[in-house]
Write a new protein. Structure first.
Length: 64
């Protein structure tokens, strides 16, 4: 159960980070939002989501 919760949380962090990064670059929406809080926080949140997913997968493999 723990792996499912943390796996979902890491996926959610990755998705939000990609969304905020895409908005800051102008991939989605009318114009780029560079300099806003979400533009600054998007890439680190996505990176932490990837790191968390790696740890979750490693722990799941180690457990079996």
């Amino acid at each position: 159960m723990k792996f499912l919760v943390f796996g979902f949380l890491s996926f959610l962090m990755l998705a939000v980070g990609i969304l905020w990064t895409g908005e800051s670059f102008g991939w989605w929406g009318e114009e780029p939002t560079s300099g806003s809080g979400t533009a600054v926080l998007g890439p680190p949140i996505a990176g932490l989501g990837v790191a968390m997913a790696i740890v979750v997968v490693q722990q799941a493999v180690k457990r079996d």
